[in-house]
Write a protein that binds this ligand. Sequence first.
Ligand SMILES: [Zn+2]
Length: 403
Amino acid sequence: MAHIRQAGILAPGSDAVHDADVIMTAAVVGHAYARLSNNSNCAFDIEADTDPGQDARMAVNWDRHKRAVAKINKALETMGGQYGKPGTGKEAIVGVTPAYDKQGNITRITGGAGDLPLDSPLRYNPPLPKDLAGAKLYTLAFDSRVGYQGRGAYTGFVQGRQNGQSNLFSTYRQRVPTAFGRRWLPSTKPADSNAPIGLSQQERIWGMVGDNAMQEELRQQGMYFKDQDKARGGTGLVTDDIVGYTHGMVQAVYDVEMWKAINPHEHAGTPYEIAVGKETTKLASCFTCAIFMQANGHPASATHLGRGESWLPLYPENGSSVSTQDRTRAACNDKWAAYCKTIIDAGIACIERRLATDKHKASMTSLKACLAGKQPMDYANLVLDAVTVHEHEVVRVDRTLLA
Ligand SMILES: [Zn+2]
């Protein structure tokens, strides 16, 4: 099935920006509700910026972040009881992203630490890898020659695995396959006035971070473009393609889950992610990683509400049952899709009477019509579509909800 081309994500005549706003705001509020109703804490961390001279911008960001979390709590009040009420433990908390400490004190995002108390030192700074292979990989991950090192560079890996080690996992770009349900791209093809480099056409490929000209820079910073491989006989990308990015952390989660399937009686290890390169200092998972991690039993140590630009999972490459790797991908994705359905359904109930504008109300009507009778993967695909409209989640939440 080809991707569907229309103006809106949710309907031919709807507005894509407002569609993305209501999809992601429902998901964020629903995720908060899912955690709080499970007696877990729920913190949304501001993307701390340690760069001096950024104080004015940070003040604006702080105001917006606190306002957005307050709006999330107002929406949670819809569920009754103590939900959303300050000081009850049933409210979303404003957190601060632990920053990358060049002295090496806090250096990791951890999959699985997210249910520890917010003040637990083990949440953000668990013991360093003791196993030799893990320690070597940890050092290697800081090596500027390995993997993508540009803006937003994180490298995932697995620590504490009994009898073995995994790889390092860097963010990579890939083409969205057409075999896993409906995906959207806008009816107006986005123009890119920059001459393409390494691409065969003048237009920007939907989902791409940056314009065509920026792609060569990303490649030089070490990003792997899986969509340029030999699968199409070297054809590369065409304008009816969508591309996305699979972050290192989720690659590490698949790896841990595959190890569990192969060696059910051994400790499969813990998925980690560390910030690498000179441009990345924030140590929190993007929201899109966080819900995948939550769904697969590895809740994130910290979650920010920044961008998860064109986030993608990994898909089975040869059907869902041929290899352990493909079976694992299918199983992890099914859990993630089920979680997307849970949080979007809960989120819609929380936010549908708290929408800020008529355009958001129209998109909500489209969202409910679009989801009627749909399967979990259809919900998950809407999240993927929404994050191809690149924006900070905190901005979407802030402009979607009433105070
Ligand atoms: Zn991520």
